[in-house]
Design a binder for this molecule. Structure first.
Ligand SMILES: Cc1cc2nc3c(=O)[nH]c(=O)nc-3n(C[C@H](O)[C@H](O)[C@H](O)COP(=O)(O)O)c2cc1C
Length: 377
């Protein structure tokens, strides 16, 4: 599990009660700058627990807004936050989950030290990352401790144009997979959104890099049985030609994507021999494209819901090539006002998967591989 401890930002000295001490202007500004950096670092906790005291709550809310999340007020994170509280708050979470706690000193620093066995003095507005072993929070490694001054320096740097891949992920916590094992960041953050940013186009080098990623996929006999018909939103004639190839349900949201593609596969490897692996290989190429897209902060949504005959007719696709799927690509937007209520609910729903034991067998069909069980060698 990955734990983030945040100490509240600079607060006013006096208020009607300690509970009501608010962040100062400087405190707010600094926390906002830190929150921006947290987003750029790809920090995506499943939940943000905050002490109910005003200065902590305001700190948590600024961070939550930047990360497109909501906070959970939790009395245990108030004064006296300790290991027993931490265990309780984290008990329902998976080994690969991230959690954030926004609270007070000395509790935050003491608790961080207790878990990691090293000194972890936290400044106001500071952030500690602790990686624990498995699901237990009793022991962990202090991966880093960032003082607010460092955040300031990082924020200055982040004002420069983003280097390719630095501003990558836009994955709300509920879309992160609940995994039994850690995953590569690109795989972890991949999901299929329907809320795309209507304003942001994909520039030419980025688009070319996605297609290049597809080009370099593996394929049976290196036959490369994939072709892509591409339409960019900034070219309305291209875009409006491709859109009706999608089934109406997909058109409703895919019309907001920056790029639409039809993925086409070649059926034969020789005039009299079907390439049985053509669709497998098309899938590999698309998968590479999707992950490369994510490396640029771009999300993809694949669609089987197309009208293949319409695609064939619109683009005069020859007989041996089959329009197979479509792909919508774009930057994600948290503003979902262009979507219907049911679509917004879909966008907010957690993702589901079969268990490993349902898909990985050994010995005979449907016998779950023994090594999947915890405790087996
Ligand atoms: C080949 C393929 C066809 C799909 N067809 C559609 C589709 O027509 N419409 C749609 O909304 N989603 C479609 N999807 C998206 C899936 O519903 C989605 O990948 C799945 O629910 C898993 O969610 P995730 O991608 O967010 O993990 C398709 C995905 C794939 C790979």
């Amino acid at each position: 599990m990955r734990l983030y401890f945040v100490r509240h930002g600079i607060a006013e000295e006096l208020a009607t009660s300690d509970f009501d001490r608010a962040l100062t202007k400087r405190g707010r500004r600094r926390v906002a700058a830190s929150a921006k950096v947290m987003k750029r670092l790809g920090i995506a906790p499943r939940q943000i627990f905050s002490s109910p005291r005003l200065r902590a709550r305001q700190t948590a809310e600024i961070i939550a807004e930047a990360l497109d999340m909501r906070i959970t007020l939790a009395e245990p994170v108030n004064f006296g936050f300790d290991l027993a509280d931490l265990r309780r708050l984290s008990q329902s979470l998976g080994a690969d989950d991230e959690l954030m706690f926004v609270g007070h000193n000395p509790d935050m620093s003491l608790l961080a030290s207790e878990i990691t066995g090293v000194d972890a003095p936290m400044k106001k507005g500071g952030l500690a990352r602790i990686d624990t072993v498995g699901r237990s929070v009793d022991e962990g490694e202090l991966v880093w401790l960032i003082a607010p001054k460092v955040f300031d320096a990082l924020e200055d740097k982040s004002r420069r144009p983003a280097a390719a891949g630095s501003d990558r992920f836009y994955t709300p916590a509920q879309k992160l997979p609940a995994t039994s094992q850690p995953l590569n960041d690109l795989i972890r953050h991949r999901w299929s959104p329907i809320g795309f940013d209507r304003e942001r186009n994909i520039d030419r080098p980025t688009l070319l890099s996605l297609l290049e990623a597809a080009r370099w996929a593996a394929s049976s006999f290196n036959l490369q049985p994939w072709r892509f018909i591409v339409a960019r939103r900034q070219h309305p004639a291209e875009f409006d030609k491709l859109l009706p190839v999608l089934r109406e349900g997909n058109q409703t949201w895919a019309r907001h994507a920056a790029v639409l593609m039809i993925a086409v596969t070649q059926r034969h490897r020789a005039p009299d021999a079907i390439n049985r692996h053509a669709t497998h290989d098309l899938g590999l190429a698309v998968s590479q494209m999707v992950l490369q897209a994510l490396d640029h902060g771009l999300y993809a949504h694949q669609m089987a819901g197309i009208y293949p005959d319409k695609a064939r007719e619109t683009y005069q696709i020859p007989e041996d090539f089959e329009p197979f799927t479509a792909i919508a690509l774009g930057y994600r937007s948290a503003k979902l006002d262009q979507l219907e209520q049911a679509q917004r609910e879909r966008e907010a729903a957690p993702r589901q998967r079969l268990a490993l034991s349902e898909i990985v067998f050994s010995g005979s069909w449907a016998r779950p591989a023994g090594f999947i069980d915890e405790g087996s060698a």
